[in-house]
Design a protein around this ligand. Structure first.
Ligand code: SAH
Length: 254
């Protein structure tokens, strides 16, 4: 079901569409654990990619990006052996790195933006850099990635994590992503890794025509759903997808 949202967009009374996250994923064999940073983790990642494909991710670019980015380098070394399981992991300051299936799902949704379908994905804004993992994945899918984080310690952690990857198209910003980031607007895609109970209007204003926003949004009961907003020449179209669990969107820098 699609509707034009009023602002601030809220989930009240909207119906869901699309697959439910509660649907059981096909059983997959347990992946062997990478032994810390020294091990060649390519095989373990390849198994993760197989599970993502079995779970419905079918965009080759997304599967390729998920297979290329070394998730274990973005988490604490004590957690490296869980890096390729489909689980969210703590990254400090009560924040978490999203599970691989959610990162892949959101990336695939971004590639569905009208302007990505007719060409390639141009500039993308990520709200919530966290440890920088998703930014590294997006860097392989979009021409430019602007990623904004409100917690200075995580902004710096992401910078350290991304430095060795030398991704010239990733721009790290310390700031309040509730205001979006005017510096890179308009965006072909905006992706939020934190969810509030209203969608900041600025995000939609910073979307290009043909652009797509993918963000978690909490409904009246606090339950979050994944929301897709497409900006067409005639206005905005909103689609509510499956239930998700993201850390809260907060304002200000800390
Ligand atoms: N994409 C990240 C996931 C990080 S978790 C990764 O791959 O690791 C979500 C992040 O959003 C947290 O780091 C949190 O601090 C940040 N966040 C919450 N509200 C924000 C805001 N208004 N602006 C920028 N970042 C925000």
């Amino acid at each position: 079901m699609q509707r034009r949202p009023g602002f601030p967009a809220r989930l009240d009374g909207l119906q869901r569409q699309g697959p439910s996250m509660t649907k059981a994923a096909p059983a997959a064999p347990a992946a062997p654990m990478p032994q810390g940073m020294g091990l060649d983790s390519a095989a373990v990642r390849a198994r993760m990619v197989q599970r993502l494909a079995a779970g419905g991710i079918d965009a080759p670019q997304v599967l390729q990006a998920m297979g290329a980015v070394e998730r274990h380098r973005f988490v604490d070394s004590a957690l490296a052996n869980q890096a390729y399981e489909d689980t969210s992991l703590p990254i400090g300051l009560a924040q978490t790195i999203s599970k691989p299936s959610v990162v892949a799902r959101m990336a695939q949704l971004l590639l569905g933006a009208e302007c990505a379908r007719v060409g390639s994905l141009g500039r993308v804004l990520e709200i919530g850099t966290g440890c920088g993992y998703q930014a590294a994945v997006l860097a392989r899918l979009a021409r430019e990635v602007y990623t904004i984080e409100r917690l200075r310690a995580l902004h710096e952690k992401a910078r350290d994590n991304l430095r060795p990857l030398r991704l010239a198209n990733v721009h790290l910003i310390l700031g309040d992503g509730m205001l979006g980031y005017a510096g890179g607007a308009p965006y072909a895609g905006i992706i939020a890794a934190a969810g509030g109970d209203a969608l900041p209007q600025t995000w939609c204003e910073q979307l290009a025509i043909g652009g797509r926003l993918v963000a978690p949004l909490a409904g009246p009961g606090g339950q979050q759903s994944l929301l897709v907003i497409d900006r067409g020449a005639q206005g905005l179209t909103q689609t509510v997808l499956e239930s998700v669990h993201f850390v809260p969107l907060k304002s200000g820098i800390a």
